[in-house]
Design a protein around this ligand. Structure first.
Ligand SMILES: Cc1cc2nc3c(=O)[nH]c(=O)nc-3n(C[C@H](O)[C@H](O)[C@H](O)COP(=O)(O)O)c2cc1C
Length: 68
């Protein structure tokens, strides 16, 4: 089992599938999860704190063969 204090789940997920998949992975790590939702337009102004001793899981859908 991984020993981390916090898993940051950063996602852009308009219809929820990317979030669902990433959340299932994060829950398997058995640590605290912080959800960072980049989907709403207001997320453009989110200020990120420093990532230190955390794991970040970043999830986005594929559109036309590419990640947005
Ligand atoms: C406009 C559009 C283009 C897409 N292009 C692809 C693609 O090229 N390859 C693919 O596997 N899925 C493609 N998809 C499917 C999405 O990646 C898939 O439904 C994804 O799970 C949506 O993520 P979300 O539920 O987190 O929003 C596309 C979906 C949309 C709406």
């Amino acid at each position: 089992m991984l020993n981390v204090d916090l898993v940051k789940l950063v996602y852009f997920s308009p219809t929820g599938t990317s979030k669902k998949v990433a959340a299932a992975i994060a829950e398997g790590i058995h640590s605290k999860i912080e959800y960072v939702n980049l989907t709403p337009p207001a997320a453009n102004t989110i200020e990120f704190g420093e990532f230190r001793d955390d794991i970040a899981i970043i999830a986005v859908p594929v559109y036309a063969g590419r990640c947005p």
